[in-house]
Structures are given as structure tokens and as C-alpha cells.
Design a protein around this ligand. Structure first.
Ligand code: SF4
Length: 108
């Protein structure tokens, strides 16, 4: 085996390692790349989404209860403790863990 061949094999191995590292990401990092859901998003607005549940006007949203927020909703996904997490109702976006919307459902 010539030295140049070994160097080439080493560079190929390094390139493979870098390529693999870019494909394999730590769990949850994909969620961090998603944009936050805006309350002005048409579907978010239709469902009365608020980034902060404590700011929900209970008169305008009579189903709202002060104990409800995204963090205890059955639709919330992702890692516990994260401030912004995926929601089954808003694919491709993150909702505020402290948020709320009209279709809140108690987590089992
Ligand atoms: Fe939050 Fe649940 Fe509404 Fe999703 S469905 S935005 S988790 S209250």
C-alpha cells in the first residue's frame, strides 16, 4: 500500500464521516429548526391561538380555563421542558408551551 493510497483512503473516510454526521442529528434538534407559530397565521387565528395562555380573554374564548395551556394539552409533542414545541394541529411549526388554542384537550 503506497502512502498516497492511504492518504486517499483516509480522506475518503473523513468525508464519509462528515457526511454521516450531517445526516445524524441529536433527537429533538429538528424541532429547533422549525419556525414558531404566529398568532396571526390564518389557522392559528381561526383556532384562537395565543402564545401566552394567561393573556386569553375568557369572555372571547368561553371554553378557556386558567389551568389550560399547551404544556398540558394532548396535542403537544416534543421534548418536555422546551419553551417551543411541535403541536399535532400545526405541522411544521412550533407552539409556545405556555400557549393555548380553542381545541385544547386534556393530556391523558
Ligand atoms: Fe396548544 Fe393544544 Fe392548541 Fe396545540 S392544540 S396549540 S398544544 S392548546
Amino acid at each position: 500500500m503506497s502512502p498516497s493510497f492511504s492518504r486517499r483512503r483516509a480522506l475518503q473516510g473523513f468525508a464519509l464521516l462528515i457526511g454521516t454526521a450531517s445526516v445524524i442529528r441529536p433527537r429533538g434538534s429538528r424541532a429547533a429548526e422549525l419556525p414558531n407559530l404566529s398568532p396571526t397565521d390564518p389557522m392559528a387565528a381561526a383556532l384562537g391561538y395565543h402564545e401566552s395562555a394567561v393573556k386569553v380573554d375568557a369572555k372571547a374564548f368561553p371554553t378557556y380555563q386558567p389551568t389550560q395551556s399547551c404544556v398540558n394539552c394532548a396535542q403537544l409533542q416534543g421534548a418536555a421542558g422546551a419553551a417551543w414545541r411541535p403541536c399535532a394541529l400545526f405541522p411544521g411549526k412550533l407552539v409556545a408551551a405556555d400557549g393555548w388554542c380553542k381545541v385544547w384537550a386534556k393530556k391523558a
